[in-house]
Design a protein around this ligand. Structure first.
Ligand code: PRT
Ligand code: MG
Length: 217
């Protein structure tokens, strides 16, 4: 039997997918969380976990480097998500994508005045669409991380970033002023692989869907 590859990124996605995988009957062999290996064997002989960067998961699945993957809706929406089928909302790695500013910054006035707003983010496509729909002119500043620093240093007026507990914003004197969308991680599937190997892949997709449903309150 040909092997089935599942692309996962270290951190939240791997951590929160692990219990779902266990329900599906798949456990990585050895210490998956600490290992530096990029391909992990599992208790199912035909299943391998490939460890990728979070923003690379859609690429691996779309191009067939992996058959399945788990990616945040933030990553999928930002990249356009075409080519990978998204059959299951796993309901894990939940957070919200928001606009945030320094506490005390008058966002409503800045938006109303029709000037240009400087917005720092790694989600440049979603940010552009969001402000275009509101008719607000923005100067986009593309960052790769630690977006929270941008308003504090005067680099930007606002950021578009993810918020889970709100602790990071709070500790940096920032507040969420608008929500773009709720985020959770999705199972994604290579469409060609699903067509070609449906008898192997479809039961796995359904097992993920059941595992996700059974962890809901
Ligand atoms: O780290 P790397 O550059 O490799 O990639 P990554 O940062 O995209 O990966 P990772 O593992 O940090 O995030 C993977 C996925 O987890 C994201 O694509 C989201 O779908 C999801 N997720 C869920 C989150 C959060 N919650 C989250 N809180 N991703 C990031 N955060 C960050 C947020 O950007 C902010 O800096 O956590 C901080 C806020 O958290 P709170 O709890 O203080 O509000
Ligand atoms: Mg990160």
């Amino acid at each position: 039997m040909a092997e089935i590859r599942i692309a996962l990124s270290k951190g939240r996605i791997l951590d929160e997918t692990m219990p779902l995988l266990a329900r599906v009957g798949i456990r990585p062999k050895g210490d998956a969380l600490r290992s530096r290996r990029l391909i992990l064997h599992t208790t199912r002989k035909d299943v391998r976990i490939v460890v990728v960067r979070a923003s690379d998961t859609p690429t691996y699945v779309q191009q067939g480097g992996a058959d399945l993957g788990v990616a945040g809706l933030d990553v999928l929406a930002e990249q356009g998500g075409d080519g990978a089928y998204q059959p299951v909302d796993l309901g894990i790695a939940r957070c919200r994508m928001v606009v945030a500013t320094r506490r005390g910054f008058d966002y409503a006035a800045a938006v109303r005045q029709g000037g240009r707003l400087r917005v720092a983010t790694k989600y440049v496509n979603l940010t552009r669409q969001h402000f275009a729909a509101k008719g607000v002119h923005v100067d986009l500043i593309r960052l790769y991380g630690s977006m929270e620093l941008a308003p504090l240093t005067g680099l930007a007026d606002a950021i578009v970033d993810l918020v889970a507990t709100g602790k990071t914003l709070r500790e940096n004197g920032l507040v969420a002023v608008e929500e773009l969308m709720p985020i959770s991680a999705r199972l994604i599937v290579n469409q060609a692989a699903l067509k070609r190997r449906r008898p192997e892949l479809q039961p796995l997709v359904e097992a993920f869907a059941r595992a996700a449903r059974s962890r809901r309150p």
